[in-house]
Design a protein around this ligand. Sequence first.
Ligand SMILES: [Zn+2]
Length: 405
Amino acid sequence: VVQAPAQVVPGDLEALFSDFEIARVTQNLVRLCAAEFTGRRVGSVGHEKAQAWIRQRFEEAGLAAELFPFELGGEVLDVYDRPSIEIVGEDRALRYRTDFAEHPRSAELSGVIEGARWAIIDAVPQGDEFDVLATELHEQGYFGILAPQFPTKDGFLSKRIPARRALPLPVVAIDAELLPGLDGKDLRVALPLRRFRPRTAHVIGRLAGTDETLMDEPLIIGAHYDAVGDDIGGMRLPGAADNASGVAVVLEIARVFARAQRHPRRTLLFVALDGEEIDALGSQAYAQELAARGIRPRVINLDMAARLGEAISVEPGASPAETLEALDQAGEWLEQPLAIASVSSDNRRFAQASFPTVGIALGAAAMHTPADTPDTVDPKAMDAAGRLIAATIWQLAFAESDDGG
Ligand SMILES: [Zn+2]
C-alpha cells in the first residue's frame, strides 16, 4: 500500500490557525461560567449580563455587533425561591437537586403544602396521557403528584426547564429510589414555582462579505449561550460543556477571522443563540425571521465541545452538501475523524426552515447538573472544534471558487 502524501494546509489558513489561541478559548469558557452570570438561564439577571459580555467580545474583535431580540413562543419554568421538602414527624428533609427537583409539567406553586395527599406514580406518562391522569388525580382530591426521576451518574436530578403545558396540579420529581418510601408520609412541601415569558435575544457578530451575489446566503456559525441556571440559594449549574464551551470556541473563531488579512466573500454571522434550553424556541424564531426576509443562510451549529472521543459528531440537515464537503476536507487537513451522528440542538430548527445545516458536537462529561463545570471541559476538544470549524468557514467563505471567481 502506498501512503498518500499528507495533504498540505493552504498558507493563509495556516496563518489563521496560528492566530487561534486555546488559552483565550479557555478564558472565555471560565468567564461564561462565572458566578456573576448565574448559569445564564433565560430571564435571569446573569443571563442579561452574559449577553452584554458576549456583545462586547464581538465589538472588541472589530465585528459589527447587534442583538436580535425575539418573542419567546412559550414560558420558562422558574423556581424563584429555595425549595424544601420535610417529612413531618420524622425530623427528616429531602435534598434539592439530589433527592427532589422541579418537574417541567408542574402547575405553579407558592406557599407551603402540608399533608399526605400526594399521589405517587411509578412511571411518568407522556404528553396528553399525563393530562388525563393529572385531571383524574386532581378530581380525587390529591394535592399533587410525586413522579420518579433517575439521577445521573454524579447523583443529581438533572434540571429540565423546557416550555411545557402546565398540568392542573403540582408535580415534584423525586429520586426514583426514594419514591416508594414516601408512600403515606406526611410531607411539608415548599417549591416556589412560576412560569413567565422572559426577554430573550441572540447576540450577533457580523463580518460583511465582499461578493454581492452571496448577500442573501450568509454563513451562520452558531452556539447557544443560554443554560438552565443556578439553583436559587442552592447549587451552581455553570453550564460549562453545555454550552459555554461552544460559545467560547465561536468567540475565538470570530476574533481570528475579524483580524484576517482578507475579507470573506460570503458574510459571516457569528451568533450566540438564545433559548436553546426552552425547546430551541430561539433558533426557531430566528430561522422564521430570516426566511421571511428571503435570506437563506448556510448554518454550522456547535453544541458541546468538551470531550474528544474517537470522532466528532456531525448531523446534516436540509442537504448541506457543500458544507459537508468542506468539513470532510477540514477533517483531512487536521487528521480529525468525523462521524454522522445525532446532534439534538438548534441546528434542527435551521434545518426545519430548509437551510443547509450541520450540527457539530463533541460531547460532555455532564449536562444540566452541578457537575457540568469548566474543569471537566477538555481544552483539546475546544481546540479541535475551533480548527475544524475555522477550516470549514475558510473554504465556504474565503477560498476562491474553482471557476476562477
Ligand atoms: Zn446545549
